[in-house]
Design a protein around this ligand. Structure first.
Ligand code: SF4
Length: 494
């Protein structure tokens, strides 16, 4: 009978694994008597002792044991990708439930996996983590873990996550903290659902669990993120959207509190406000000191705008910026980021003599309430580029290049695609959410189409790469900066 374990895909020539007779297609069943669960678990088990005992299964079902002196090092094998775990929640604002129909299958996957949380900073509600998995996190020191708390009040949390068994999130968090694991937390805030006294209790409960001197394991940060609703909420519970007035009130109330909490936390920000509060409130994002030194929760949309502004300020004054001189490009982005980008581009044009322009693309796919760059689809960007060309007289050479937000592109290097597209041919060219590819967009527009990267320096690299024809033939991922790709839904990137 087939045993569980992880399949070996390649064996490095000259490696210990090859010496021991391991072959591609074999399954690593156990290491030192413990079942191998996945890649992370393999890395943990194989580094525990200088001598390692393996139980291996051949494709024909036969097994053999072998002992290796590996000195706590890897064996020289690549293992099969792990399948992603899916969540057991039914959150009232789940983005997957609000997706239009017809996108590729992997986008509807409700992944919730502590391994992705540890490796990529994905947030997990811990719904699929029982005590055994929490023990595993502690034993393998998968720290920090990113946890979606939403509310510590059990009744409110059940109302948010739609799962009557998942009200007591503090029990799970305390299990991790007791084991010395650090935790970043977030609450997605929806008016009338988990704001007001519920939010205050969440804040108090998590603040009480912040890191203390001489103690391992603490809640490193709490971010609040405004709820994101699309135009596709048919048959879903009513959730109130965040109005501009609500966002302004939130910013006015909590911006000073962020500073108070930072002061009480030895100067390091602990309470974090996502950029989206400021863009929805139509107010300037705060200065650098408002964000943590390590840009904690950047992937969650906390500080992306400020980091972009800081980088742009320095870059525009550098000699390298002169590489933009004379360039004519149209920069497409979401309507929430467009005002910031327009300001930066005006300064770049003034300083370098470039002719860049910014256009906000409407999100026809998800609806006008979705204003972030990362959720623009290829057809939305195509429409915006054509509209701009018409407005400029319809000439074929109206710009030299169209720049699309990196955050709107996915390559199949993202964890979710890796996990779900196992065995499917990998595409290298960069694909929008609706499966239009960057080369297809460029062909349609008749000009180069390049990803923005995470800052102006990346953008210049990409424009220069396009000059050299580096994006031809779909060889996108070898010619571009990967920063900014595969960001979580809702994150900003120009
Ligand atoms: S929001 Fe996340 S945890 Fe909640 S139902 Fe959707 S995928 Fe699951």
């Amino acid at each position: 009978m087939a045993q569980k374990g992880v399949q070996i895909i390649t064996v490095e020539p000259g490696s210990l694994a090859e010496e021991a007779g391991l072959r591609p297609g074999d399954t690593l069943v156990a290491i030192n008597g413990e079942a191998v669960l996945d890649q992370l678990n393999y890395q943990f088990l194989v580094t525990q002792r200088d001598e390692t005992g393996l139980l291996v299964q051949r494709p024909d079902g036969s097994t053999f044991e072998v002992d290796l002196e590996n000195g706590g090092e890897g064996l020289g094998v690549d293992l099969a990708q792990d399948e992603v775990k899916v969540c057991k929640q039914n959150c009232v604002f789940c983005f997957v439930h609000q997706m239009p129909k017809g996108f590729r299958k992997s986008l509807y996957l409700k992944d919730e996996d502590i391994r992705l949380s540890f490796l990529y900073g994905h947030f997990t509600t811990l719904s699929s983590s029982d005590d055994a998995e929490l023990d595993r996190i502690v034993r393998e020191r998968l720290s920090p873990i990113h946890v979606s708390v939403h509310a510590t009040d059990p009744v409110a949390r059940v109302a948010v996550v739609g799962n009557p068994r998942e009200g007591d999130i503090l029990r799970k968090i305390d299990h991790l903290l007791a084991g010395g694991i650090d935790v970043h937390t977030q609450a997605v805030v929806a008016p009338g659902l988990n704001d007001g006294a519920i939010w205050q209790r969440t804040l108090d409960d998590l603040w009480a669990r912040r890191p203390k001197p001489g103690q391992r394991g603490g809640v490193l940060s709490l971010s609040c993120v405004p709820v994101g609703l699309t135009a596709h909420r048919e048959n879903l519970p009513a959730v109130q959207d965040i109005s501009q007035a609500y966002a302004q009130a939130w910013v006015a109330r909590w911006t000073p509190e962020v500073r108070t909490y930072a002061k009480a936390n030895a100067g390091e920000p602990w309470l974090l406000l996502a950029d989206e509060w400021f863009t929805r409130a139509a107010v300037e994002v705060p200065g650098r000191a408002f964000y943590s030194r390590s840009w904690a929760q950047l992937e969650n949309g906390v500080g992306l705008v400020r980091r972009f502004l800081e980088h742009s300020r320095r870059f525009i004054r550098s000699p390298r910026a002169q590489g933009f001189k004379g360039r004519r490009a149209l920069l497409l982005t979401g309507s929430s980021f467009a005002p910031v980008l327009t300001r930066v581009v005006a300064e770049l044009n003034r300083t370098t003599g470039s002719h860049l322009r910014v256009a906000a693309a409407r999100n026809f796919s998800f609806g006008d309430s979705v204003t972030v760059a990362g959720l623009l689809c290829g057809e939305d960007l195509k429409y915006a580029a054509h509209a701009d060309r018409e407005a400029k007289g319809g000439g074929a050479d109206w710009v030299d290049a169209v720049v699309v937000p990196s955050a709107s592109l996915r390559t199949h290097t993202g964890p979710t695609d890796q996990y779900t597209l196992r065995g499917v041919v990998v595409r290298e060219e960069g694909t929008f959410l609706d499966d239009l590819t960057l080369p297809e967009l460029a062909a349609d527009l008749g000009v180069a189409a390049v990803p923005s990267g995470a800052n102006l320096s990346h953008l210049l690299d990409h424009l220069e790469a396009a000059d050299r024809g580096a994006f031809r033939g779909g060889a996108l991922h070898r010619a571009f900066h990967a920063d900014g790709l595969n960001l979580p839904q809702g994150a900003y990137n120009p």
